[in-house]
Design a protein around this ligand. Structure first.
Ligand code: BDR
Ligand code: CA
Length: 336
């Protein structure tokens, strides 16, 4: 059995929570630590939510949580550019995917004293280049760590990222951006151009691999704590999707559980049925496409000097995935 040393980076969040539950349950994953970051909510809440998930399944002694960056790198400096960040319930009417606090008991668990950025640097520099990072929130922590200690880039085995959208979007004025990249586009660009091996799991795929209500019910019926928690989060998402997100063609009584797809794909690469090596950049111009990822499948680029050069194919972009396999892996992990 291939074992993976993994650091998770999360902005928990109902779908992050399912990813965490799966990662903690997988025997193949040696979960070194979990880094929290500002995203779905402010970092105090995403850290607390992460600790609640860890505590709920009795992993408080094993799994360490490191609090990360409280704001994106620069995009909130201009107040008009990201006026809603950091997110809080005051911007929603209660009918959205996450809520301030996950629907789990309060916890007395605390994050580690070391911050997430220092944790990345110390852990990666001391490693043998065998650590995979699964990043399913805005990429602020990693970008700061890469700027502070660029040598970590050559120490990372792979970064699996939930982010980007080709045709799909869920953020920004035109809803053409994907949330994690939109929330900190400069950080996303730093990570995209880091030279690390990157696998990108975009919205286009997570929207087509939704988990069904009857599948969530089966998680709950298994009687496990992880099954109950995963079902609670997915049911909330299904309710919300049916209210607001029919235009995303996800299907009735079904919800995308974006971040969890990364864990399934890490454990079994055959979950990703079509992957294309291509070039990806971020638009961080502050204009209409601010926070939108720009993908090129062309074999060449042409700079302002007019000379054609081979394109740098910096990402493996997942284009299609096996929904049934994803649901089966989730079932296996949260019901054991
Ligand atoms: C991503 O944004 C967040 O709201 C989710 O947790 C997921 O990581 C989807 O765009
Ligand atoms: Ca997330």
């Amino acid at each position: 059995m291939e074992k993976y040393k993994v650091i998770l980076d999360v902005d928990t969040g109902t779908d992050d929570a399912v990813a965490i539950l799966m990662a903690m349950a997988a025997e193949e994953i040696d979960l070194l630590g979990i880094c929290s970051v500002n995203g779905n909510r402010n970092v105090e809440l995403t850290t607390d939510n992460t600790l609640r998930v860890v505590d709920f399944v009795g992993k408080g002694d094993e799994v360490k949580v490191y609090k990360g960056c409280a704001l994106p790198l620069v995009c909130t400096l201009n107040k008009d550019r990201r006026p809603l960040i950091p997110y809080g319930d005051k911007y929603f009417d209660g009918q959205e995917n996450h809520g301030n606090h996950l629907d789990l008991p309060e916890t007395s668990l605390q994050p580690q004293d070391k911050c997430a950025v220092s944790y990345y640097i110390d852990t990666l520099m001391a490693s043998e280049g065998d650590i995979t990072i699964v990043a399913v929130g805005p990429l602020t922590n990693l970008a700061v760590a890469m700027r502070a200690e660029p040598r970590i880039c050559s120490k990372i085995k792979e970064i699996m990222i939930m982010g980007a959208g080709l045709e799909e979007g869920n953020s920004g004025p035109l809803q053409r951006a994907e949330f994690n990249f939109w929330a900190d586009p400069e950080a996303a660009e730093i990570v995209l151009q880091s030279g690390c091996k990157l696998t990108i799991v975009p919205l286009d795929v997570t929207h087509k691999t939704g988990i069904k209500l009857k599948e969530a019910q089966a998680f709950e019926d298994s009687g496990t704590k992880a099954g109950y928690a995963a079902a609670t989060f997915i049911k909330r998402r299904i309710k919300n999707y049916s209210n607001f997100q029919h235009n995303w063609h996800i299907g009735e009584e079904t919800a995308a559980v974006h971040d969890a797809l990364c864990i399934a794909g890490l454990l079994d690469r055959s979950v990703f049925t079509k992957v294309v090596n291509c070039n990806m950049h971020m638009d961080y111009s502050g204009g209409t496409a601010d926070g939108v990822s720009v993908v090129s499948f062309k074999p060449v680029t042409r700079d302002l000097d007019g000379i054609f050069r081979p394109a740098v194919k910096n990402v493996d972009l997942v284009m299609e995935a096996d929904r049934e396999k994803f649901a089966a892996i989730m079932h296996e992990l949260v019901t054991k």
